[in-house]
Design a binder for this molecule. Structure first.
Ligand code: DC
Length: 233
């Protein structure tokens, strides 16, 4: 049972760069609030992955836009990940290679506009949503907005630990380099770059555990009257 009762339709936006811990934090927070959690990075990953699988050159924006509807036709975005037809393809979307494809399509304004509709529809009845532009663009009316950061080296280390489960040989410096490149690509793009919303609360998680970050968020939301403690059964 959820430990907290959220106000009806509560939307919580969590943004931040790769490795800031936003995915893990969003999942724990959503569980405590009894809300669905939606990872928007997966959507961009799916689009990059699917278009590449269809043989569409991702440097050719016109070709990407022409194939976008076909790529999304059989996609279903759920709390447990993304389905392509009947197949849950989430695990295949998590690698650094797919992250690079995602970052390319995420720089295209028309791709973002199309995915904006999908994200808003899914968030309508309340959720915890994590991404890069949730507080600023996707859900500007979200009642709670957080911007998670951590030092670049710590973010690289976290990604490296995750990736090592699939590839024990993976090199920390290579992951660090990748994170730096992707941060630059995400922060420098003209449309909806990674940016802290003005009304978002910034939390630096470099030296905090996941549960400490979540506790801070819960305390802030309780103070603002957005959530209340559930009565023990
Ligand atoms: O969070 P992630 O690594 O799964 O995100 C994959 C890519 O998608 C990343 O390069 C940034 C992009 N992205 C975005 O532009 N906007 C979002 N709301 C989520 C992800």
């Amino acid at each position: 049972m959820a430990e907290w009762i959220p106000a009806p339709g509560l939307q919580v936006a969590i943004d931040g760069p790769s490795g800031s811990g936003k995915g893990t934090v969003a999942a724990m927070l959503a569980r405590k609030l009894g809300l669905p959690v939606l990872d928007t990075g997966l959507l961009y990953r799916f689009v990059g992955w699917k278009l590449a699988a269809l043989g569409v050159p991702l440097d050719d924006e016109a070709a990407v836009l022409a194939a976008l509807d076909a790529a999304l036709a059989d996609m279903r975005w759920r709390e447990d990940g993304i389905l392509d037809g009947e197949q849950n393809v989430t695990a295949a979307l998590r690698g650094e290679d797919v992250g690079r494809l995602a970052s390319k399509v995420a720089a295209m304004p028309e791709v973002r506009a199309r995915l904006l509709e999908v994200q808003r529809r899914c968030a309508e009845s309340g959720c915890v949503m994590d991404g890069r532009d949730i507080g600023s663009t996707v859900l500007p009316g979200a009642q709670a907005k957080f911007f998670l950061t951590a030092s670049e080296r710590e973010r690289a280390r976290r990604r490296w630990r995750q990736l090592r489960e699939r590839d024990p040989e993976i090199d920390l410096d290579a992951v660090h380099h990748d994170i730096r490149m992707r941060d630059a690509q995400d922060a420098e793009r003209a449309h909806s770059p990674l940016k802290q919303a003005e009304d978002a609360i910034r939390i630096d998680s470099t030296t905090l555990r996941v549960d400490e970050v979540v506790d801070r968020m819960l305390a802030i939301m309780e103070r603002r009257g957005l959530i209340r403690r559930a009565e023990p059964a």
